[in-house]
Design a protein around this ligand. Structure first.
Ligand SMILES: [Zn+2]
Length: 421
């Protein structure tokens, strides 16, 4: 029986969003947390973008060391030869999603007559099908193990062309087809029908990439995954932590997992990747909120302050008698319930102007000791840079990471702008 896997795109779609961003160290911590949570894949950035190179490289080093494992790290790349070649130049990248628009509207609007969709439309112009197939073959030649082909604006692309595009992708060696509801235009019944039809006709594993412009991001992702499974192929749902993503955001990671595990028509009928560990949900959501600087809404699914709060007489009485009266799932399942300790008296934080005494105090609380003064001052220097880099007090796990992998932390934080001259 085919399964549903999660591909989290926080470190790609989340960070490309207006007003939102993460430091490279924060992106690294998110990859580590997603790995702990048993998430199948993190779309961790743009491997051809110069300022991401050291981050991408260091995270692939962490994968090679077995630290970022078994999670798959995959890059996002437009279907352009130069960017694809650049992405694979280090020889470390193994997974990539290649993207191109497939709707008539975007093809005309973005390529303004220079590219047609089908060869028969104008044989003298380049066409989308050949461009896509050529790029898939190129990525495979350069060493890609898993290539996903993204149909941008798939939800506004006609069935006939989408089938033809996906069939050609499969023929060219693509491992997955990503159906992008780029504008959040689909509804659950429509996406179920289309994905099932694609799965049955093409027989390629399908990724669902749904946005939330109509408030249907999670519903469409889950319905699309059902369509893929019912059509006989694996489904890969794209999610983002706390729904971070373009405009109204992507499908929320925790909501998608809960929906697959708990919804009346899905629980026990559709199989989610068994490695997913929901007890990490609270930690992941809190960290993303801190790193992005975006509070978690009070009524956020599973991780909001009110997700397990009851006040009105009948609800409170019912929940106290038996929590199943008013709660679909336990807070412990999401890793909630531990008290959080907040210092209210004197507190020493580590920052860009820290000195050695305060620094030793901070690490002492984490029970991390240094072998000698030289090591301590090296790590202190890195911690100062990390704080310049994130512009927030470092979290315990950020401090631990810097102390444990100083060379990789240095690489992640190193950015040298290219001279344009
Ligand atoms: Zn997107």
């Amino acid at each position: 029986m085919p399964k549903i896997y999660i591909v989290d795109v926080t470190n790609r779609d989340g960070v490309q969003t207006s007003r939102l961003g993460l430091a490279k160290l924060e992106k690294t911590i998110i990859n580590l947390y997603l790995n702990e949570m048993g998430i199948h894949q993190s779309e961790f950035g743009f491997p051809y973008t110069h300022h991401e190179k050291n981050y991408i490289d260091a995270n692939l080093d962490l994968a090679a060391l077995g630290v970022l494992s078994p999670i798959r790290l995959s890059g996002w790349c437009p279907m352009r030869k130069e960017e694809i070649e650049d992405s694979f130049r280090s020889g470390k990248l193994k997974n990539v999603n290649l993207s191109i628009s497939t709707s008539q509207l975007m093809t005309e609007g973005k390529f303004s007559g220079r590219i047609v969709r089908r060869p028969e439309e104008n044989p003298s112009l380049p066409n989308l099908l050949d461009i896509m197939a050529g790029n898939v073959e190129l990525a495979k030649r350069l060493g890609a193990e898993i290539v996903g082909v993204n149909a941008e604006d798939a939800s506004r692309t006609d069935d006939e062309f989408l089938v033809r595009f996906a069939l050609r992708a499969k023929e060219a060696g693509a491992d997955r087809f990503r159906y992008c509801d780029t504008l959040g235009y689909d509804d659950p019944l429509t996406i179920y029908r289309r994905i099932r039809m694609l799965a049955e006709t093409v027989g390629i594993p399908i990724e669902l990439h749904c946005h939330n412009d109509l408030g249907l991001g999670v519903a469409c992702s889950v319905a699309g995954a059902q369509g893929a499974i019912d059509g006989g192929v694996d489904a890969y749902v794209n999610t983002a932590i706390n729904s971070m993503g373009e405009r109204a955001g992507n499908a929320d990671l925790v909501s998608v997992i809960l929906a697959i595990k708990k919804a009346s028509g899905l629980a026990g009928k559709y199989q989610l990747d068994e490695r997913v560990d929901l007890t990490k949900a609270w930690k992941v959501a809190k960290y993303a909120s801190y790193a992005f600087g975006v509070p978690i809404p009070i009524n956020q699914v599973g991780v909001g302050a009110n997700a397990f709060a009851h006040e009105s007489g009948i609800h409170a009485d019912g929940a106290l008698k038996d929590r199943r009266n008013y709660e679909l799932y336990d807070f412990e399942e999401l890793g909630r319930g531990e008290p959080e300790i907040i210092d209210t008296g004197r507190e020493i934080t580590a920052g860009e102007y820290s000195g050695i005494k305060g620094f030793r105090n901070v690490y002492g609380k984490l029970e991390i000791e240094f072998h000698n003064d030289r090591e301590a001052s090296d790590i202190l220097e890195l911690v100062r840079y990390a704080n310049v880099h994130t512009q927030k007090p470092l979290t315990d796990d950020e401090l631990r990471f810097v102390a444990k992998y100083p060379d990789l932390a240095r690489k992640i934080m190193t950015m040298t702008p290219l001279s344009q001259g």
